[in-house]
Design a protein around this ligand. Structure first.
Ligand SMILES: [Zn+2]
Length: 59
C-alpha cells in the first residue's frame, strides 16, 4: 500500500494505481497542475496495509 502527502497537507492511500489516480485528480482540481506517474511514484511511500487486507503475510 502506498501513501502520498501533498505539500498542502492532503493525503491519500491505496494501491499504486489508486494513488496515482487520486494525486493526479487532486493536483488538477486543487493546484491546477498535471503530475506524471513517475513523479507521483517517486514521492509515494510504502505503508503497512490494514489488518483486514488479504494481501498481507499470514499472522
Ligand atoms: Zn495539495
Amino acid at each position: 500500500m502506498k501513501e502520498v502527502t501533498c505539500l498542502c497537507g492532503w493525503q491519500c492511500r491505496g494501491t499504486e494505481d489508486e494513488v496515482v489516480e487520486q494525486v493526479q485528480a487532486h493536483g488538477r482540481e486543487v493546484h491546477g497542475i498535471e503530475s506524471s506517474r513517475e513523479e507521483i511514484v517517486a514521492i509515494a511511500v510504502e505503508v503497512a496495509a490494514p489488518a483486514a487486507s488479504v494481501d498481507g503475510p499470514p499472522a
